[in-house]
Write a protein that binds this ligand. Structure first.
Ligand code: PMP
Length: 758
C-alpha cells in the first residue's frame, strides 16, 4: 500500500514466497484476480464494520489505502502482471518464449523477403545507445537536419548495407517527461527499445516475412506456429500503406504489405521501419509499447523476443559492452589505488545534459554535486567552441594568436582592476602551486598560513598547505613552514558569536608574531573564501578583512583560492572574495573555468607578476593553448548570455529559504548555510554532534530517488549543494520534494535514540 508501483512491490513478495512455497503456473494465472479480491474483502469489511462500530477507527484503518491500491491494481494490465509473476517465480515470463525460439530455427527468412528492393549484402549496427558518440550532443541528436546528415554520411560509408539497431538498446531520446513515471524509488524512464529499426529509404516497399492470418487497424500481422501465435508489428510507414491490406485479409509470404514513410508522415526524423515481434498484444493493438522500463525488461523481452531470431542473417543489433563488474575489476587492478567511487552501488554514467547525468540504462539523475560543469553538462556552445578550435590549431603560447588575448580580456573584465595579469595553467592544483611559488619568490620567504581542513590540490607544495589531506586519513606531519588557522566555523567551531571573526583572525596575528620572534617572515596566506572541503563553511563577516590586514602588514601575499567558488556561483558577486570586500594579491581559478576541461588560471597584480619574473622563462606546454582559451571564453559568454549569476542568486535564494523551512520541520538539520548556488546543510543530534551515518543514508536514498548529492567535512555530516549553474527553480523544488521524503523516513528521525545503526 501507498506505493506508486504496486506490481513491482508485489513481485518482491511473490519472489520471496515462491522461494519457500513453489507457486504453479495455474496459481499464478489466478493471482492477479485474487489480489484484487483480497482488497475487495478489505474495503467491504471496512464498510460493514463502519456501520456496526461507528466510533472505532480500527476497522477502517486500511480502508482508504486499500481503495487506492485497488484502483491502482485495476490499472495494472492483468496479462502483464501474470507474465511478471511468472518471471518472479523463475518461469519464462511468456510461456511461448522458448517454443518460439525453437520454431524459428527451421523457419528463418531472409531479409530479402521483407525488403526485396533493397540491394544489400550485409547489415551494420547503428549505435544509438545512451552513450553513443555517433549521436553526439543533445543539440545534435535533437536536430533532425543534423541527425539526417549524419545518417546519410554513415550510409555513404557503408554501401550495399542495411543499417539497423534497436533490440534492447537503451536510448537517450526517451529520457523526456513523456517516458517518465514514478516508481517505488523515485522517477524512472522507459528507455529500452523493444523492436529492431531498419534504416532504409522512404517509399521502400515492405513485404510480409510470413504467411499471415489477419491484423488490426494498425499494421500488425498475426502469425501462427505449432505452439501458438505471434504478431509482427510494422511502424513508421506511409499513411497510404494502411490501405494496401484490409483487416482480416490473408497475406502470403513475401507479399507487399506497406511502404516506409518519409519524416513528414512517419512520425520520426528519418525513414526507417520499426519491426517488433510480440506474443501478446496485452489488449493494446493501437499503441503497443515500443520501449520499456529497464527494471521490467526481463518480462518485456520475453513478450517481445529478438526479431533477429526470424532472420537468416546475423543481425548483431547490440554490441558487447564491458560489464560493470569488469570495469570495477580493471579499475581496482590497473588504475591508481586511491581512486574512489561514489555510492554503495556505483553509478555507470554515460551521458551528461544540462543539470542531468544519465546512466547506462537511460535513467536521469539531477546533479547537485558538479560545480565543474558550471554552465551545464555538455553545454552545446562549449562543445562547439572546442570542436571548432581543435580542428584548426592546438599549440603552445610561443606563437602569436588572438584567442588567448580574447580570453584574457574577457576574464580580466570580471576581476577587480588591481588584478591585471593572468597565467593560464591546467588544473586547480597547478594554479595554487604557481601561486605559492609566486608568493615565496616575491617575498623571499617560505612560511605559509592556511585554513584548517582547507584543500588546495594534489601536488607537493599545495598538499603541504592542505590540512584536509595531511591531517586526514593517510596523512603526514604538518610541514614546519605551514601554519594552520582554526576553521572559522561559527556554528560548531572553536569560537561562535558576533565577534568570532576577530577571534579566528587573531590566530593569524599570533602566528605572524611568533614567526617574527623566531626571526622569520611569512610568505603569505592561502584560503578559500568559503571552505568547501571543510563543509561549505561560510566564515564570519569580518574574518578575511582581519586576516588580510595582518598578512599584508607583514608584507605577505594573500591568495584567494576561487577554484570552487568563482565564476558567478555566489550570485551576489562573481568571486567569493568580493563578498568580504578584500583585495587578494593573487586569485586562483580552476574547475568551472573550462566547464570540465583542464583550464585553470592564476590572476595577480602587476606588481606580483613583475617581481615574480626573475628572468627565468615560464613555459607551460598546454596552458594557454587556443583550444582551452576558446573553451574558457565560451564559458564566460554562456554565463553572461544565460544570466547564470542572476540565476544563482534567485534559485540559490529560493533554495536556502526552502532548506531553512525544512530545518524547522526536521530536527536533524543542524545548520543551513551558503550563498547563491554554493550551499550546504549539516546533520546533527541535539548536542550538535555530527551524524555521518545519516548523511550517508540520505545521499544513497537521494540517489535512488534520482538526485545526486555529496558529503564532505572531516566528520562526513555535511551535504553540499553546488549544482551546474543552469539549475532551475523547478530543479530546486524537485530537490526539496525528495529531501522531504527522505527526512520523513524513520531512519532520519533524531528523537529515536535506538536507531544509531543502519
Ligand atoms: N582548490 C580547491 C579549493 C579545490 O576544491 C580543488 C579541487 N577539489 C583544487 C584546488 C585542486 O584542483 P584540481 O583538482 O583541478 O587540481
Amino acid at each position: 500500500m501507498n506505493l506508486s508501483d504496486p506490481l513491482s512491490a508485489a513481485l518482491e513478495v511473490i519472489n520471496g514466497y515462491n522461494k519457500h512455497y513453489k507457486l504453479s503456473e495455474k496459481e499464478l494465472e489466478c493471482l492477479y484476480i485474487l489480489v484484487g479480491m483480497r482488497l475487495v474483502t478489505t474495503v467491504t469489511n471496512a464498510s460493514l464494520k463502519k456501520q456496526e462500530f461507528p466510533n472505532d477507527d480500527y476497522f477502517v484503518i486500511s480502508e482508504k489505502p486499500a481503495w487506492d491500491l485497488l484502483e491502482k491494481w485495476f490499472n495494472v494490465n492483468e496479462k502483464f502482471a501474470y507474465y511478471s509473476f511468472r518471471n518472479a517465480c523463475d518461469y519464462s515470463a511468456h510461456p511461448l518464449e522458448e517454443k518460439f525460439e525453437n520454431w524459428t530455427k527451421n523457419n528463418q527468412v531472409s531479409l530479402k523477403t521483407m525488403f526485396p528492393t533493397v540491394a544489400s549484402e550485409k547489415v551494420v549496427n547503428l549505435d544509438m545507445s545512451v552513450g553513443s558518440i555517433l549521436l553526439g550532443n543533445l543539440s545534435e541528436y535533437s536536430n533532425a537536419e543534423v541527425s539526417e546528415f549524419k545518417l546519410k554520411q554513415f550510409q555513404k560509408h557503408h554501401p550495399k548495407t542495411i543499417l539497423l539497431n534497436g533490440y534492447l538498446e537503451v536510448r537517450p531520446f526517451y529520457t523526456t517527461e513523456a517516458f517518465k513515471s514514478e516508481g517505488n524509488n523515485g522517477p524512472q524512464y522507459r528507455t529500452v527499445h523493444l523492436g529492431t529499426d531498419f534504416w532504409v529509404h522512404s517509399q521502400t516497399p515492405v513485404h510480409s516475412p510470413y504467411y499471415d492470418k489477419d491484423y488490426g487497424p494498425m499494421l500488425i500481422l498475426e502469425h501462427h506456429f505449432e505452439a501458438g501465435k505471434f504478431y509482427s508489428l510494422y511502424g513508421h510507414l506511409t499513411l497510404s500503406s494502411l490501405t494496401i491490406l484490409k483487416p482480416g485479409q490473408k497475406v502470403k509470404q513475401g507479399e507487399l504489405i506497406a511502404y516506409i514513410g518519409a519524416p513528414n508522415e512517419n512520425g520520426d526524423w528519418a525513414p526507417h521501419l520499426h519491426f517488433q515481434i510480440i506474443f501478446d498484444l496485452l489488449g493494446n493493438n493501437e499503441n503497443f509499447n515500443g520501449v520499456a522500463l529497464p527494471s521490467k525488461i526481463d518480462v518485456w523481452k520475453s513478450i517481445c523476443p529478438d526479431p533477429n531470431l526470424i532472420f537468416k542473417e546475423e543481425l548483431n543489433t547490440s554490441e558487447e559492452k564491458i560489464s560493470e563488474e569488469n570495469i570495477i575489476n580493471f579499475r581496482n587492478n590497473h588504475l591508481g589505488k586511491g581512486l574512489s567511487l561514489s555510492y554503495d552501488k556505483p553509478l555507470h554514467i554515460v551521458r551528461g545534459e544540462g543539470v542531468y547525468l544519465i546512466d547506462i540504462e537511460g535513467q536521469k539523475y539531477l546533479d547537485t554535486v558538479n560545480n565543474v560543469n558550471h554552465v551545464g553538462h555538455q553545454h552545446p556552445k562549449v562543445v562547439n567552441a572546442r570542436q571548432k578550435q581543435m580542428a584548426v590549431l592546438n599549440t603552445n603560447t610561443r606563437y602569436l594568436h588572438e584567442e588567448i588575448i580574447a580570453y584574457a580580456e574577457a576574464l580580466l573584465k570580471k576581476l577587480p582592476p588591481h588584478i591585471s595579469v593572468i597565467h593560464i595553467v591546467n588544473s586547480g592544483s597547478e594554479a595554487n602551486e604557481l601561486a605559492l611559488r609566486m608568493a615565496k619568490t616575491v617575498t623571499g620567504n617560505n612560511d605559509i598560513l592556511a585554513i584548517e581542513v582547507g584543500y588546495h590540490g594534489n601536488t607537493n607544495a599545495v598538499m603541504d598547505v592542505s590540512s584536509y589531506k595531511f591531517e586526514g586519513e593517510g596523512g603526514f606531519p604538518k610541514p614546519e613552514t605551514t601554519h594552520i588557522l582554526p576553521l572559522p566555523d561559527s556554528y560548531r567551531g572553536k569560537y561562535t558569536g558576533d565577534n568570532c571573526g576577530i577571534d579566528y583572525a587573531n590566530h593569524a596575528k599570533e602566528i605572524i608574531q611568533n614567526l617574527k620572534a623566531e626571526g622569520k617572515e611569512t610568505a603569505g596566506f592561502i584560503g578559500e573564501t568559503m571552505i568547501s572541503c571543510g563543509g561549505q563553511i561560510v566564515p564570519p563577516k569580518n574574518y578575511f578583512k582581519e586576516v588580510y590586514k595582518h598578512v599584508k602588514e607583514a608584507s605577505g601575499i594573500c591568495i584567494a583560492d576561487e577554484v570552487q567558488t568563482g565564476f558567478g556561483r555566489m550570485g551576489k558577486t562573481f568571486w567569493a572574495f568580493e563578498l568580504y570586500d578584500v583585495q587578494p594579491d593573487i586569485v586562483t581559478m580552476g574547475k568551472p573555468a573550462g566547464n570540465g576541461h583542464p583550464l585553470a588560471v592564476v590572476a595577480c597584480t602587476k606588481e606580483v607578476a613583475e617581481i615574480f619574473h626573475t628572468g627565468m622563462e615560464y613555459f607551460n606546454t598546454f596552458g594557454g593553448n587556443p583550444v582551452f582559451c576558446a573553451i574558457g571564453r565560451s564559458v564566460l559568454e554562456v554565463i553572461e548570455d544565460e544570466n547564470l549569476q542572476q540565476n544563482a542568486l534567485e534559485v540559490g535564494g529560493f533554495l536556502i529559504g526552502e532548506l531553512k523551512t525544512l530545518q524547522k520541520q526536521f530536527a536533524i538539520i543542524g545548520d543551513v548555510r551558503g550563498e547563491g548556488l554554493f550551499l550546504g546543510f549539516e546533520l546533527n543530534d541535539s548536542e550538535k554532534n555530527p551524524l555521518p551515518e545519516h548523511a550517508s543514508y540520505l545521499v544513497n536514498r537521494m540517489k535512488q530517488l534520482g538526485i545526486l548529492m555529496s558529503i564532505d567535512e572531516p566528520d562526513h555530516n555535511v551535504l553540499k549543494i553546488k549544482p551546474p549553474m543552469v539549475f532551475s527553480k523547478a530543479n530546486a523544488e524537485e530537490l526539496i520534494f525528495r529531501l522531504k521524503t527522505v527526512f520523513g523516513e524513520d531512519y532520519m528521525s533524531v528523537q529515536d535514540q535506538s536507531r544509531t545503526q543502519l
